[in-house]
Design a protein around this ligand. Structure first.
Ligand code: NAD
Length: 494
């Protein structure tokens, strides 16, 4: 492993030569399968090799989760809540190292990683509070029975997460699953394996049953498939691309196991001429260029009313050129590289194809200038494309990179039509000072999350999920908790 990563891994007890890349039954365990190599996204250098867990370790993990879950459910609900809160003590003093680990492996700016560690805490605190508030109901059935409904856990759930926000998605799904009373086996992306292992280890160090949370690392086709196909798993929760999501849902369907799919997006950001344009430009910029566009809710389509199109796009291009692109470890960096070669090649190819189809690069479209010498990695400058038509690939498919397309509209009806003209339906925003219009347009967007005069506000308290190719089911809030329980109806003859 590279020196900095080796130090961080050793600090967390994962050793360095062949890292102990799994957390199973309260123990760090090395995989025994195929070797997987991680590349530093910023420098292009080899970071570390580790081994795929594969089916044998999946067997151990699922058995451990079954035992852990039984122990967990033997506690009272309020005791489970107390222990979830107490588990957070395990993170104390490790936040900075955890942020550094994520920054090196995921290639994300260090300040973004620190914020993500804060989210982990927030999500556990929120769901810990739900443990003893999952009331059932009494139904006034038309017979002499007493009928009541309890919300019972599935048992052991399987979770699969992507590389773009590894700590966030890990805590996002672990916390409600545990609060609902389940044991968990989670498989992070093979590209960002370690932070979830560290989170599980730190949390379980203080009062959670051994085996309640298991993190198993490896490729989708090996370890991922071993998870989705395992007979013990009775619910699948997947965060990732539509292509893989389809495979997860199919695997679930074969065993009649339900799934939640949190997939990609091509979200529209609609700017009316009467919007506060300073705020709209700042919002549009953050919506796409934060995380180098590698965010499921990225505002990747900017729809602008014709009369302000030139003004908004030229201001946006200037703002894009001001973004500090650099090494993730640099405190001043606001945008880092793309996380991996596949993502870099996909974004590069899609920009080229858009140009070939007639789109024009207003800014970016290539490697940024002025990068430090060692930055040989997957950098693309913040890019704005105009002269885009809705039928182009770039207007329909997720780039998952710092690439914004801008299109003009004449009126409200056309704005709504354009916004809804993709197979995705994850998020969208409306910028306007006309309150009635903003609500009217928001109500017509086929998107799981809509912002008005804002972008990317999200909270663990509010339901999140998609329409269409953005998936189904919900995460966060009470809806996210309910995905992890089944209503059981009990009839008592009185
Ligand atoms: P991906 O689909 O390539 O991989 C996601 C996970 O699925 C990885 O852990 C991978 O190993 C696993 N996987 C792949 N094939 C599998 C199989 N056959 N069986 C089991 N597991 C399998 O996605 P990615 O490239 O890691 O992430 C980027 C995508 O995630 C983007 O589309 C992005 O929009 C989406 N995303 C969505 C949300 C959301 O909340 N909606 C959040 C973050 C990312």
């Amino acid at each position: 492993a590279c020196d900095h990563l080796a130090q961080l891994l050793e600090g967390f007890g994962l050793a360095a030569a062949t890292p102990l890349s799994n957390w199973i039954d309260g123990e760090l365990i090395a995989g025994e399968g195929e070797e997987i190599t991680l590349i530093n996204p910023a420098t292009g250098e080899t970071l570390v090799h580790y081994r795929d867990a594969g089916a044998a370790l999946m067997e151990r993990a699922t058995q451990a989760a079954q035992r852990g879950q039984r122990e967990w459910m033997a506690l009272t609900a309020s005791e489970r809540g107390r222990r979830m809160n107490a588990a957070l003590r395990g993170l104390e003093g490790h936040e900075e190292a955890l942020a550094q680990l994520e920054s090196v492996v995921a290639g994300k700016p260090i300040r973004d990683c620190r914020a993500e560690v804060g989210k982990v805490r927030e999500m556990f605190e929120y769901y810990a509070g739900w443990c003893d508030k999952q009331h059932g109901e009494v139904i006034p059935v038309p017979t002499s029975h007493l009928n009541y409904v309890r919300h019972v856990p599935y048992g052991v759930v399987g979770q699969i997460t992507p590389w773009n926000a590894p700590m966030f998605t890990c805590a996002w799904q672990l916390a409600p699953a545990m609060a609902a009373g389940n044991g968990v086996v989670l498989k992070p992306s093979e590209l960002t394996p370690f932070s979830s292992v560290v989170i599980a280890k730190l949390l379980e160090s203080d009062g959670l049953p051994k085996g309640l949370i298991n993190i198993v690392n490896g490729l989708g086709k090996t370890t991922g498939a071993a998870l989705t196909d395992h007979p013990t798993i009775s619910k699948l929760v997947f965060v990732g691309s539509p292509q893989s999501g389809r495979m997860i849902a199919e695997a679930g369907a074969r065993r009649l196991v339900p799934s939640v799919l949190e997939l990609g997006g091509k979200s529209a950001n609609i700017v009316f001429a009467d919007a506060k344009l300073d705020e709209a430009v700042a919002g549009a910029q953050a919506a796409i260029f934060a995380a180098a566009g590698q965010s499921c809710v990225a505002g990747s389509r900017l729809l602008i009313e014709r009369s302000v199109f030139e003004q908004v796009t030229s201001r946006l291009a200037r703002a894009a050129e001001q973004i500090a692109v650099g090494l993730p470890s640099d405190e001043a960096t606001r945008m880092g590289p793309l996380q991996n070669r596949r993502q870099f090649e996909q974004a590069t190819r899609m920009i080229e194809a858009a140009e070939a189809a007639g789109a024009r690069v207003l800014t970016g479209g290539k490697r940024p200038e002025g990068l430090p010498d060692e930055a040989h990695g997957y950098f693309i400058a913040p890019t704005v494309l105009v002269d885009v038509t809705p039928d182009m690939e770039i207007a329909q498919q997720e780039v998952f990179g710092p690439v914004l397309i801008a299109m003009a509209f004449e009126n409200e009806a056309e704005a709504v039509q354009l916004a809804n003209e993709t197979r995705f339906g994850l998020a969208g925003a409306v910028w306007s000072q006309d309150v009635a219009r903003a609500h009217r347009v928001a109500g017509q967007l086929r998107a799981g999350t809509v912002w008005i005069n804002s972008y990317k506000a999200i909270s663990v308290m509010s339901p999140f999920g998609g329409f269409g190719d953005s998936g189904f089911g919900r995460s966060s809030g009470l809806d996210g908790l309910r995905e992890y329980t089944v209503p059981q109806s009990v009839w008592v003859e009185t």
